[in-house]
Design a protein around this ligand. Structure first.
Ligand code: SF4
Length: 480
């Protein structure tokens, strides 16, 4: 009897808020009470609205090849199943967890297990990833992974799998959730309607990885997927597209057809939605409860410097009010520390939050991701604080460390002003106030604000430790 080839798809944790952020300076957490609070909060956050399965691996795990069995290991929740003789292990690699991915890959390969690496980091940094893998999958893997599995069966695998074109999203690729343990996650109802982004924000790698052209799935396939997913999991749906309203005509037709499904959903949109009244009404009628919008900056100079051009700063407030008036709660994400920002920016952000009554403000520091334009520019300008080639340096943390020098503000003054800003925005009182005032998803809004009150406390602690430590040896930009 021929036994099926066993393939394991692996997703790794990061040090981020998503996986339960921890202090980068553990020596301050030695008191048993603070250790207990820290670990309880991490566990709570892990099991809260943050925990969703990785859609990319769900898509790959749904590919069916006779003679190949695929399994999934989410190492945020479980150990690597070392007792099984895997024929192939595929690891999804993001830059924030590349070190952990490479260490695992090296250990497995020493035991003779074939390892395939894919994901954003591999696509952008294939050469430095090469020593850690038998197989590299470059770019969007929807079709390439099918070929890897076919070649595994016939023993003809190659070192590289790549395609000159992005996958055609119009081809139906039904996503299966049978690999997932449903109760581990806040929801398993993840839907992607398309890929690509026509905008060019310089701190973002979406357009670098997925191209500038919007590629859309067929509406009928998405409606069928929503109805199928609903039978397995009745919880909220999350549309993971970066801008669900980027193509308003398509979005309006899609969500019009989803109205009879009777779902509740979250998604990510641009604030332009506030100026698209028919689409906004359709979103509300189709069950939209909350949206994440990337405000990024209310400073016109910063928006210009970082190519955030899709909506104007002057239109943001009215757009946000319109969306909230339609009964949709808003998570508004800011970045403080952009190139047009000054020490006056925090009070402008505070005024903006109170004027618009944003339900969940997210106040991020610019995180230069390797592979983005802003990363290259900061490198050229000598403003990075760590070796650009050190993949462990550009990990994702919850605003806990500065990776670069702001343009107009000295580093220590910047950190102090960021700490003052977050301590004013996130308090227990403000969390409850926002939770009660939210137009929908009130519990989610309250929980997010409470978690952020804890997480931004961690951010203030770690940033001040970085500055303290830096002052002992003076933080200087990295020089080659
Ligand atoms: S930040 Fe959003 S709008 Fe800007 S390029 Fe990235 S995905 Fe597109």
């Amino acid at each position: 009897m021929i036994t099926a080839k066993k393939v394991l798809l692996v997703f790794l944790p990061t040090d981020s808020g998503v996986d339960g952020a921890r202090s980068l300076y553990t020596e301050k957490e030695k008191h048993p009470l603070s250790q207990w609070i820290g670990s309880s909060m991490r566990n709570l956050i892990k099991k809260s609205p943050f925990s969703i399965p990785p859609l990319s691996l769900m898509i790959l795990g749904s590919i069916e090849i006779p003679g190949v069995e695929q399994f999934f290991c989410d190492m945020r929740f479980e150990e690597f199943p070392a007792e099984i003789p895997w024929d192939l292990v595929g690891i999804s690699v993001q830059t924030g967890m590349a070190r952990q991915a490479f260490e695992l890959a090296d250990r497995l390969r020493q035991k003779g297990i074939t390892v395939a690496l894919g994901g954003a980091h591999i696509t952008l940094f294939a050469d430095s990833s090469r020593p850690h893998a038998d197989i590299l999958v470059h770019g969007e893997a929807d079709d390439l992974w099918r070929q890897v599995l076919l070649d595994l069966k016939t023993g003809t695998m190659h070192a590289d799998y790549r395609s000159d074109n992005f996958p055609d999203m119009g081809i139906p690729r039904p996503v299966s959730k049978t690999m997932l343990l449903k109760n581990r996650y806040f929801t398993t109802n993840l839907i992607q309607t398309g890929r690509g982004c026509p905008y060019q924000c310089d701190f973002c790698n979406v357009h670098v990885l997925n191209g500038h052209t919007l590629r859309r799935r067929n509406i009928a396939d998405i409606v069928a997927e929503v109805n199928r997913f609903k039978l397995h999991d009745k919880r909220i749906f999350f549309f993971v597209d970066d801008s669900i309203n980027a193509d308003p005509v398509y979005a309006r037709e899609l969500f019009r057809q989803l109205i009879p499904c009777g779902i509740n959903w979250f998604g990510q949109a641009t604030t332009t939605l506030g100026q698209q009244p028919e689409l906004l009404e359709t979103f509300a009628r189709s069950g939209c409860q909350a949206l994440l919008v990337g405000i990024e900056s209310i400073e016109p100079k910063s928006r210009e410097a970082h190519r955030k051009t899709q909506n104007r700063a002057t239109e943001l407030s009215s757009a946000i009010r319109n969306i909230r008036n339609a009964g949709i709660s808003l998570y508004g994400s800011f970045i403080y520390g952009l190139d047009g920002d000054t020490l006056d920016t925090p009070s402008a952000i505070l005024d903006f939050i109170s004027e618009t009554k944003l339900d969940v403000p997210g106040i991020n520091i610019l995180r230069p991701i390797p592979g983005t334009r802003v990363f290259e520019r900061l490198k050229e300008e000598g403003r990075l604080l760590f070796d650009p080639l050190d993949i462990t340096a550009y990990r994702y943390t919850f605003g806990q460390e500065m990776l670069y020098l702001p343009k107009n503000i000295p580093l220590d003054a910047f950190v102090e002003s960021y700490a003052t800003l977050t301590s004013k925005v996130f308090t227990l009182g403000a969390s409850f106030k926002r939770g009660f005032a939210a137009p929908s998803a009130k519990t989610g809004v309250l929980l997010f604000n409470l978690f952020y009150t804890y997480l931004y406390g961690l951010s203030r602690h770690d940033l001040s430790r970085q500055i303290e430590k830096g002052q002992k040896k003076t933080i200087l930009p990295y020089r080659e």
